[in-house]
Design a protein around this ligand. Structure first.
Ligand code: NAG
Ligand code: NAG
Ligand code: NAG
Ligand code: NAG
Length: 282
């Protein structure tokens, strides 16, 4: 019996090894040269808004249930347990509040708040809202559909975001210093906190998604990769070459999670000494 167990363990280690020796994705970021691709879930109707509750390392994503109504799915990252959250009507937009762990969902029926800890779901009492995008930092920030204009909700009132007043915004985030970064059909823009003149940072490729990582760095994704906005010089640098990225977020360990048209993937960096780089021929 004991011998049998030992054999099993060895077999499982050997079976795992080859896969972890090759780079799935090679990064241009010198500190994280190699990533292993982990498929967290395969999905038929691609989600483009994703968000992680860092307190439980649980990924929430919206997917089209078929009738144009977006349903929130819950994926516990460590166990890969996948379920659907009932009670939210149309969760097109998804965001999390990193200070409380609460999740927010927005769509044609307004904004909902979900507390994973006690599984309580509440609809916020704001009238006449169709939500396209949500972002939580101290206040609840959102973009209304179909005007694609940016607002925030504080002290029970809805106000326009001053830095973005009058503009068309597809998605936006705030960095550590509350500077705003947004994408629209023209490109990626930055606006300094309290300023009202957006600066065009890059007008190609077409950016589809934007997210801040756990350290407040702004990332954007496009059909051909993931980019980081490097703060010092306001440069936008491609860090990962992957095709067809629709949306992105970061897990508790600050690993990139992204969706494409058919799956949700987590990229886990590997130390240089633990892999063979097929491009370097070793
Ligand atoms: C998976 O998640 C569902 C819903 O949260 C829960 O009821 C179930 O117990 C979980 N299963 C496992 C194996 O953790
Ligand atoms: C769950 O927790 C949230 C946040 O602490 C609180 O507002 C809500 O009332 C709680 N719900 C229940 C059912 O305990
Ligand atoms: C909300 O009200 C408090 C107290 O009146 C005030 O200090 C704060 O600045 C207000 N916040 C916003 C975003 O207006
Ligand atoms: C994107 O935003 C900029 C800055 O507000 C604006 O000048 C531009 O017209 C917008 N692009 C589109 C396609 O709406």
């Amino acid at each position: 019996m004991r011998l049998y167990l030992v054999v099993l363990v060895i077999v499982s280690i050997e079976a795992k090894e080859p896969a972890s020796k090759y780079c799935d994705v090679v990064s241009t970021d010198p500190t994280k040269h190699c990533y292993v691709k982990e498929t967290l879930s395969t999905v038929a109707h691609s989600p483009n808004q994703l968000s992680v509750d860092k307190t439980t390392n649980t990924l929430f994503f919206s997917f089209d249930f078929g009738q144009g109504e977006y349903v929130p799915a819950i994926l516990h990252i460590d166990s890969r347990n996948l379920s659907v959250l009932k009670g939210v009507k149309d969760a097109f937009a998804i965001a999390n509040d990193p200070t409380t762990g609460d999740m927010y969902f927005g769509g044609s029926h307004g904004i909902y708040r979900y507390t994973p800890r006690n599984k309580s779901l509440q609809k916020l009492n704001i009238q006449n809202l169709d939500i396209w995008w949500l972002y939580i930092k101290k206040n609840i920030y959102f973009i209304k559909f179909p005007s694609l204009s940016a607002y925030y909700y504080a002290n029970r009132t809805v106000k326009a975001v001053p830095e973005l007043k009058g503009g068309i915004v597809h998605q936006f985030v705030l960095d550590k210093e509350d500077n705003i970064f947004f994408i629209n059909g023209t490109g990626l823009f930055g606006v300094k906190h309290g300023d009202d003149k957006p600066i065009l940072l890059r007008d190609h490729p077409r950016f589809l998604g934007i997210a801040t990582d756990n350290n407040g760095y702004v990332h954007v994704c496009s059909e051909d990769g993931i980019f980081v906005v490097t703060k010092m010089v306001q440069k936008v640098k491609k860090v990962i070459n992957v095709q067809g990225v629709l949306g992105l977020t970061f897990d508790r360990g600050n690993h990139i999670i992204y969706s494409d048209s058919h799956e949700i993937v987590r990229l886990v960096p590997m130390a240089t000494e633990n892999y063979y780089d097929k491009f370097r021929g070793l």
